[in-house]
Design a protein around this ligand. Structure first.
Ligand code: UDP
Ligand code: MG
Length: 330
């Protein structure tokens, strides 16, 4: 539906980017919903679906959709790279003047799209952010985990990420700015907050998943949380120095006391003290090394400069089922 667009009569194009992992079961319904919402906007649009190496039938569903209907660009990554990488691929391939990022599990209501587009056109905002009004049904551990994570991240980085979701509209300026950020450790939510720009918010309620279950394991969440914290704050590193200074102070005091007792001929008999000190200092050293290791790992990943994802197949709108050779983006 892109059509030829001369500069004068140029109509704004809206892109919708959707990362897909194992969502084959309900994808057709969701795509139909998204298309219906987009048609209400009366603007030309394109859909960009990124299959993040799903082992289920998601790719077949996407190809069938691409054949059956217009304006669908489909990307298939060579394996599961994770949602953030899939988003990168989608944003790289989106051509719209506004790009809407939406989950493929039905938790982000497509009915919000017309409002987002209207807000973007009327308010002149660069980013329209859908903010979780209520987090919807989720396990206590994930709710508590999210609360704790956002609290720590806010304290460490000074940015407010709470309630932020990946459901948002970005205008061309914001997308281009985002594409300038070349880091491998992508924390999409955080990076858009970091960019600033004129942002307006629109509340929405997270609905339960249409089908399937969240594929984020605790370990995956923990990894994203670590990426988020290390990418947005170097405070933990300072903490190591701080702890070092505090313990230096304590050790001077303890050293003086020990020396005094020794000189006075009343050397400490406490074996327990020695054990305790060793334990405390030992664990502190381990934690410190671990923190440094986390940053080192991030630096290592960045320095390698590998592409964030690899594309196995790319279907352009209107040319369904034409394979393109492996191409990659950074
Ligand atoms: N997703 C993905 N790659 C992954 C995991 C998830 O592209 O490795 C997609 C998934 O298909 C969905 C979105 O990311 O469209 C959000 O996933 P999910 O619902 O599992 O996460 P949650 O809503 O629990 O944050
Ligand atoms: Mg979800």
């Amino acid at each position: 539906m892109e059509g030829s667009r001369s500069p004068q009569s140029r109509q704004l194009l809206v892109s919708v980017v959707m990362p897909v992992f194992c969502e084959g079961a309900h994808l057709p319904v969701l795509i139909a919903d998204v298309r219906r919402s987009l048609e209400q906007c009366n603007l030309p649009y394109e859909l960009i679906l990124i299959d993040d190496g799903s082992p289920d039938n998601s790719w077949q569903v996407i190809t069938a959709e691409a054949k059956a209907a217009h304006a669908l660009r489909a990307l298939r990554l060579s394996r599961n790279f994770g949602k953030e990488a899939a988003l990168c691929a989608g944003l790289q391939h989106a051509r719209g003047d506004a790009v809407i990022i939406i989950d493929a599990d039905g938790q982000h209501p497509p009915s919000l799209i017309p409002d987002m587009v209207r807000l973007w056109q009327n308010s002149g905002a660069d980013i329209v952010e859908a903010v979780k009004h209520r987090r919807g049904r989720e396990s206590l551990s994930s709710k508590f985990g999210a609360q704790l994570f956002y609290f720590i991240l806010n304290k460490l980085s000074g940015f407010h990420f709470k309630g932020a979701s990946d459901f948002k509209l970005m205008n061309r300026k914001a997308v281009d700015a985002w594409r300038e950020m070349h880091e491998r450790n992508v924390f999409f939510r955080g990076m858009t907050v970091w960019m600033g720009f004129n942002t307006v918010q629109i509340p929405f309620e997270v609905v339960p998943r249409s089908a399937g279950r969240s594929t984020w394991s605790i370990l995956k969440r923990l990894k994203l949380a670590l990426i988020g914290i290390t990418a947005f704050s170097s405070f933990p590193l300072h903490l190591v120095t701080f702890a070092g200074v505090v313990f230096l102070g304590l050790s001077v005091l303890l050293g003086l006391e020990t020396l005094y007792l020794k000189l006075a001929g009343r050397a400490v008999s406490g074996f327990a003290t020695v054990i305790l000190l060793e334990l405390i200092i030992g664990s502190l050293l381990m934690i410190s090394l671990g923190i440094i290791g986390e940053y080192l790992a991030r630096i290592y990943e960045e320095v390698k400069g590998r592409p964030r994802y690899l594309i196995e197949e790319l279907i352009e709108p209107g040319e369904a089922n034409q394979n393109s050779d492996d191409s990659s983006e950074g």
